[in-house]
Design a protein around this ligand. Sequence first.
Ligand SMILES: Nc1ncnc2c1ncn2[C@@H]1O[C@H](COP(=O)(O)OP(=O)(O)OP(=O)(O)O)[C@@H](O)[C@H]1O
Ligand SMILES: [Mg+2]
Length: 258
Amino acid sequence: MELHAKNVSLAVGGRTVLHHETVRALPGRTLALVGPSGCGKTTLLGILGLLHKPDTGTVLADGTDTCRWKDDLRRRFWQKHAAFVFQDYGLVDDESVAYNVALSGLSLFGSARKHVAAVEKALERVALGGRALERCSSLSGGEKQRVSLARAIFQRADVILADEPTASLDQGNRELVAGFLKAEAARGATVVVATHDEDLITLCDEVHHVGTTRPDLGTTPPHLGATPPDVGTTRPDLGATPPDLGVTRPDLGTGKLA
Ligand SMILES: Nc1ncnc2c1ncn2[C@@H]1O[C@H](COP(=O)(O)OP(=O)(O)OP(=O)(O)O)[C@@H](O)[C@H]1O
Ligand SMILES: [Mg+2]
């Protein structure tokens, strides 16, 4: 799926966070959103993922103007097409790793055995094989982030939006994650990462410097406040529930995958 943010601006609390930003993410390609801390990478990622609506401009998904979409269409986009790999975001701590990986992908009437195998395979891809039954709350930050990646693999998402996916990882796991993102793009996914990781940036097909779309603004992003309001689990538009975690699946809780 092609995502095209066209001339998007967003002000929060009266301050400009993004100013006439234009960027296009293509299927089969990896796009890095880069720039200094506070320039709006996470915010732009959220706009591309339809988590926030821009004040001006629009986001086209395969040419369709998503700013006209009602909530049900946005929810469908999150459930069917998009996988979010955001720091400290989108995992249910009290549930098992398997639950968190499979939540949005399973049918109540599907073959449980097949899904169990698919969950395990996805976990193996991110070096978390054999950890399906552990509680998410017992994992480290980097492991949790890899659970989000495993969920993206399991979903076979058309669009993967990752916020600093290598930030809390050691060199080996950074390479693993970078390889995974490239592989997902190779199978046709649209991959967008916000990152400061030079190695990851080098690997990406395209690089977009956030805050520099308008030459008249120079390379310095507008001065902005301190706390992003809607990163993490307190997004006002989503509450504490991430888009693809709205369904309780007790059958995927701990104890069923033994
Ligand atoms: N609700 C808000 N009120 C005030 N400022 C906000 C709000 N939301 C975001 N900002 C500001 O917008 C700017 C962009 O935030 P964002 O999180 O997108 O930056 P970033 O480029 O991802 O930074 P980092 O590299 O540190 O993750 C920051 O200065 C942030 O403080
Ligand atoms: Mg950020």
